[in-house]
Write a protein that binds this ligand. Sequence first.
Ligand SMILES: [Zn+2]
Length: 61
Amino acid sequence: MEAGVWILHCRGCSNVFDVPVKADESIFTHTKTLRCPLCQATPQNAGDWHDIVDFKLPPLN
Ligand SMILES: [Zn+2]
């Protein structure tokens, strides 16, 4: 249901980055655990979580 590419916004450096999410994963877990690829801040360092900006469906194979 949540599978696809989510766009997250880092509260630490305002970087916006893509996060691929598989069907058995939760984007909400990623917002609280993923490290920002630009500033390397954990969500805890950056303000508890990364904000969800957008969602793109995966390309159909
Ligand atoms: Zn960042």
